[in-house]
Design a binder for this molecule. Sequence first.
Ligand code: SF4
Ligand code: SF4
Length: 354
Amino acid sequence: MEKRSGIRRVLSEWGARLSLERWERQILDLESRFIEKHRPRMRLSLPSSPVRQEGIIRYRDMAGWKPMRDEWREMRDIMPLYREVIRSARATFEISAKNGDLSAHSAPVSTPFWQEFEGVANAHGVDLIGYTAVPREFIFKEKGVLFENAIVLGMEMEAGPISRAPSYEAGKETLRVYQDLGDAVIELAIWLQERGVRAQPVHPYGGTTLFPLMAAKAGLGTPGLHGLLMSKQFGPRQRLTIISTDAQPIPPPRENSMADIRDFCEVCRQCIRACPAGAFHDPPIKQHGNKIVTHIDNTKCYPYFARFKSCSVCLKICARVLEESGMLAGGVNESRGSQTEDGNNHGRDDNKAV
Ligand code: SF4
Ligand code: SF4
């Protein structure tokens, strides 16, 4: 009896893993169909744009390093979260399809409009908000966005679980923020559409643009050697996404108070030393027409991540370093002003969890 129960558990777990793969494939299919349908009206990538690593994690390749009982408990715990992430990712395409005639233009919006928008965004748990035009070189190869401007949004990942990376808790925190930020971006796009502003919500899980570089261009921070955005508020502890919109005029980029952090990185380099997979290019390599400086070798990072279902070691180390150095400030965006264009286009060429 005990043996049959064990077999059932193993089969159920494998079924769950295969479901996750199937769900992710469904999202990629939806994205492809959406881009195909709207291609003539989209802002598309350049031939030199970076290629996005497609998000399928082959769960069957994961190595267990825990007793099966713990594995099963964690899978059962995390599956509803994962299902919610996939549900909201699917919903972004449904909301994006509700923009009506793409050849028309949204009515001009005012500064009070954006102030109201930011209040609503904060109420939905969004911690960072910035604005920028969408550079085509930040759009992944053969992907596109509907409109020329972007609202960049960030949400904090809590320090406690991240400080315990690599762990199940850290991975779960990442997934929680994917879900919460995914829900927020949908609500905010609906809010904009209801006011006559066309908006395409992009889900934080995946996405068609390089989020850290978009955030840097919006003045929200600067990518570190690990390619993750480092903000004044949270260091590397946030997840990012965008809403593509044709709203005009958008507020100017924020003053980037982390514009000089790369000088600190050159002395620090702790994330490179801590990476358990040896996944850093050191020195970094230039790709995509020499426009994107890439520090992470995804062919080493992803397998490590997949094998242990989590990593975030570079993120944890960096959060600690920046905290201890006293370089961070609490709270949400305080200042607004013209951004110093730092010309920085370092970044991870993916948006996946680390
Ligand atoms: S750990 Fe140090 S070197 Fe790495 S990104 Fe953070 S500050 Fe820069
Ligand atoms: S997530 Fe882990 S494996 Fe990947 S670069 Fe960071 S420390 Fe290395």
